[in-house]
Write a protein that binds this ligand. Structure first.
Ligand code: GUN
Length: 288
């Protein structure tokens, strides 16, 4: 049996079409055009591409985007000063600083300086706390996109075992929070594996939903997958073969029940959820 390929690109297009209508309605009713400020520090090649994708996606659905570039050598104070201005600017509803940041800048310090109501990445400690308690303001884009992909493909999570490989603040930890939450797209029994977990394969093999987010090309092999499981690949590894996920796609698709490809799986959904969060931020501004 070959797995159902979960087409993130097609789903992203569908959700973006829905968002385009919602943005048009919101703007017509309120006179407010949602606006996202994107900050790029330095010249990381991958970040350049991600940021361009985000800006283009905004434009296509009627969301304004503003780009701010800081040099690789920029100080933390420079970045904090920019945030102060953007936090106060009523024409800016969402603020996103592309990660990773150069090493002289303390990432969490900077993320906590974005006013939580404009924190469309949901990385501010206030927003992380809210997610943990099940009363989110925003959901972080990658886990949010994965949850939406599962829901819209009728892949049950309630009462199922989920294993997440990777404990990052961007994907692993918030993904665990979303899957263990009460309600649709949640109610799973969640295990988070990381670099100190013995026998990851044994844990992965028990999972009905397996999420790979460790940044190691083809780490998840066919023998680590329960037959019929749903396998979600968050990996984006640039190798000699080109862009490769964290899952050995060719082999795992023969075992899994459903699987995301790389590219065209999780990536387009991440950007889509950023757009949704930006509209939410504009609505929060209007209703404050
Ligand atoms: N770098 C890798 N993933 C992300 C993300 O979701 N948001 C931001 N701001 N930077 C990233």
């Amino acid at each position: 049996m070959t797995a159902l390929i979960l087409d993130g690109k097609a789903l992203a297009e569908q959700i973006r079409a829905e968002l385009k209508e919602q943005v048009a309605t919101f703007s017509a009713e309120t006179g407010v055009v949602p606006c996202l400020a994107v900050i790029l520090v330095g010249n990381n090649a991958a970040s350049e591409i991600y940021v361009r994708n985000k800006q283009q996606a905004c434009e296509k659905i009627g969301v304004k985007s503003e780009m701010y570039r800081l040099a690789e050598t920029a100080s933390e104070t420079e970045l904090l000063t920019l945030f102060e201005t953007l936090n106060r600017n009523d024409a800016v509803h969402g603020i996103l600083v592309q990660l990773p940041l150069p090493k002289q800048i303390d990432e969490q310090n900077v993320l906590d300086a974005i006013v939580p109501q404009k924190d469309v990445d949901a990385f501010h400690c206030d927003n992380v706390g809210r997610i943990s308690q099940g009363r989110p303001r925003f959901l972080p884009c990658t886990p949010y996109g994965i949850q939406e992909l599962l829901i819209r493909n009728n892949i049950a999570t309630a009462g199922k075992r989920a294993a997440i490989i990777g404990r990052s603040n961007i994907v692993g930890k918030p993904m665990a929070a979303l899957l263990m939450q009460k309600g649709l797209g949640g109610d799973a029994t969640v295990t988070v594996c990381h670099s100190r977990t013995p026998d990851v394969a044994a844990i992965a093999r028990q999972a009905d939903v397996l999420i790979a987010a460790i940044g190691r090309a083809k780490f998840i092999t066919a023998d680590m997958v329960k037959p019929g499981a749903t396998v979600i690949d968050v990996g984006m590894n640039r190798t000699e073969e080109g862009l490769v996920g964290d899952v050995d796609f060719a082999a795992v698709k023969e075992i899994a029940g459903a699987i995301t490809p790389v590219p065209g799986g999780v990536g387009p959904l991440t950007v889509t959820m950023l757009l949704r969060n930006t509209l939410t931020a504009a609505k929060l501004f209007k209703n404050r």
